[in-house]
Design a binder for this molecule. Sequence first.
Ligand code: PLP
Length: 351
Amino acid sequence: MSRYFQPHIARMAGYAPGEQPRGGEFIKLNTNENPYPPSPRVIEAIACAAGDRLRLYPDPLGTAFREVAARRHGVDPSMILAGNGSDDLLTIVTRAFVGPGDLVVAPTPSYILYKTLAELQNARIVLVPFEPDWTLKADRFAVKDAKLAFLANPNSPSGTSLRPESVSELAKKLECPLIVDEAYVDFADWDCVGLVRDHPNVIVTRSLSKGSGLAGLRFGYLIAASEIVSGLIKVKDSYNCDSLSLAGAAAALLDVEYAAGVRAKVLKTRARLTDAMRGLGYRVPDSRANFVWCLGGPPAASVYDALKSRGILVRLMRYEGYDDGLRITVGTDQEIDRLLEELDKIIKQFR
Ligand SMILES: Cc1ncc(COP(=O)(O)O)c(C=O)c1O
C-alpha cells in the first residue's frame, strides 16, 4: 500500500461487494437484485429526462423527488434526503455523526458495510449479537457513549425483521441517532417510518435497488427529522443524485400498482424456495426480504463452488459464531427451479 494513506485507511480491508460478472452467463442470485424489470414508467421518465437538459446540473436537493416521497410517507419534504443509493446515505450519516475514536453500534450478523463505514472514520464498532430468536436486547444494544447505531430491518443475511415496537424501544434507550436501514422493506410486512414522528433520533433509509428493480440506477433516500436532514445536506456532495436517477426514482415511487405486482411474485417464490431449502435439510429463518439465508447442509463453500461451476451464483456468507451459510436471492420461478434441481444433485454427492 502506498505510504501516503492515513494509517487507519492503510489498515482497512475495505468492503468487498458481491461478485458482478460482466457476461450474462450466470443465474445471479448473489446480490439481492430484483429478478423483474423496473416499471415501464421509470424507463419513460428517464428517457424523457435524457435530453438537452443534461447540459445542466441537477437540482441539488431533488425537490420534485422529495415532494413525491413526502406525499408517499405523509411527512414534510424537508424530512426527505435523496442519495446515490442508500449506501451513499449511510456514508453521509456516518461522516456527519462519527469521528476518530468514536463508538458505533451494529448487530451481528448483519450488513458488513457498517463496519467499513466506522473504519473509514477511524472509529470503533461494537457488534451486538442477535438473540437466538433474532431479537435484540435494548440494554445490550444501547452501548454507552455510542455516536451512531445501525439496524438493518429486515436484516441481511437473516431476512428477519424487528417490529416497530421493538425498534422504538431501542431508539428510546439509545442516546445517539439510530439508522433503520430499510433496504429490503418492500418485501416485509411492516416498516418504521412512523417512528420518525416521535423519535427524534430515528433515521430511516430506503433503497430503490431491491423492491423497485433499480440497482443499476443507484438511488435511495432517507426520512428523518427536518433538523437532521438540514445538517446532513451540509455533508453530502452538492450533486449526489443525477437528473436521470431523480426522474426515474420519482416515477418508481408513483407506480404503486406495479411495485405491488412485483412484490406478490417475489413473496410467492420466496415461500416456495424456503420450503424447498428446508426440505433439503437447511435451517432457514423466516425471511421478510428478497433472499433466504440457509445454514447447515454440506460444507457451504463446496456447495457455493459447485453451484458456480454450474452457472449459478449465490453468496457465501461467513460470520463469526455462525456456520458458513448460503444467502440466496429470490429469483424468477424458472431460476429457482434450476437452482433447486442443481442443488439436489450436488447434495446427493455429499451423502
Ligand atoms: C442491508 C443493506 N443496506 C443497504 C444496501 C445498499 O443498497 P443500495 O443499493 O441502495 O446502496 C444493501 C445492499 O445490498 C443492503 O444489503
